[in-house]
Design a protein around this ligand. Structure first.
Ligand SMILES: C[S@@+](CC[C@H](N)C(=O)[O-])C[C@H]1O[C@@H](n2cnc3c(N)ncnc32)[C@H](O)[C@@H]1O
Length: 270
């Protein structure tokens, strides 16, 4: 495995996404609590995913993390396979599924080299994963390869022109007197695993150019509006001040598409 991917793997193997914030233990109740907090905080996941659309479909989820969305897919009757780069995520999701009495073929695997035949799945789902992989285009090509013709993919990657990006830029570029530091470098150095990427709409259209793009959107979220807890990495006096003065009404009125989540629904062309 190349060095950059080791760094990504190490980062997510320390703690899966949301683990430090909302997972208090390893019981059924703990996983249920995690899901409850996740969807309270990020209702856009439910609106975007439309989990019911996956019923009776052969579905691959890439990057299961703690397995909340995987559970939703299973409860909606999807026939599931799930992968993640880290043993930690796969162990969590296996435990969650055992406790809930659900089924999925869960494996440690790399999005850039999926261990599946061409045209194996009716649908692919992936929330907040592919931008962490060093070669995101390769991972997207893999989604295309394993999807059946006419198959559906629902993918969230990060939106470059987001309020979160601007806020991190103010903090890590402007206030450090390095205003020429580009947004790409800010995401790479300061948002989650090292090397994280973010895409503007045109870049995303190129990334997904082999597909038909049915939807591309980037609504504001709790993260952009600073209405929630943030990860340990970003807690500071600076953030407390930003939370107090953040002009949310202005952003909601004039910057509605500057959310961090770039939501993309795709169909593999026939
Ligand atoms: C931000 S978390 C998202 C997890 C989950 N989808 C969620 O929304 O909570 C990113 C996940 O992507 C996984 N990941 C990163 N690069 C990957 C790759 N190349 N192949 C598979 N999984 C990867 C990480 O291990 C981590 O679990």
């Amino acid at each position: 495995m190349e060095f950059n991917k080791f760094l990504v793997k190490d980062f997510w193997n320390e703690a899966s996404c949301g683990e430090n914030l909302y997972l208090q233990g390893f019981s059924k109740e703990d996983y249920t609590f995690h899901s409850k907090k996740r969807y309270e905080l990020e209702p856009e996941i439910i609106d975007f995913a439309q989990f019911e659309k996956f019923k009776n479909k052969k579905v691959l989820e890439i990057g299961v993390g703690l397995g909340a969305d995987h559970q939703k897919l299973a409860e909606q009757g999807a026939i599931l396979t799930g992968i993640d780069l880290t043993p930690r995520a796969i162990n969590h999701t296996k435990r969650r599924f055992e406790l809930m009495g659900l089924n999925s073929d869960l494996q440690i695997a790399d999005a850039e080299n999926l261990p599946f035949e061409n045209n194996s799945f009716d649908a692919v789902y992936s929330w907040g994963v592919l931008h962490h992989s060093p070669d995101t285009q390769k991972a997207v090509n893999e989604v295309y390869r394993v999807l059946k013709s006419g198959g559906l993919a629902k993918i969230m990657i990060y939106n470059k022109y987001s309020l979160i990006g601007y806020m991190l830029w103010i903090r890590y570029a402007l206030l450090k007197l390095k205003p020429i530091k580009a947004l790409n470098a800010i995401y790479s150095d300061h948002l989650e695993s090292p090397g994280t990427k973010a895409y503007n709409y045109d870049e995303a259209k190129i990334l997904f150019s082999r597909f038909d793009i049915d939807l591309i959107d980037s609504p504001l979220t709790h993260a952009d509006l600073l209405t929630s807890e943030v990860g340990q990495k970003h807690r500071s006096g600076y953030l407390s001040i930003a939370k107090k003065i953040w002009p949310r009404w202005f952003f909601k009125m004039f910057m509605r598409k500057h959310g961090l989540f770039l939501l993309v629904s795709l169909t593999k062309r026939n």
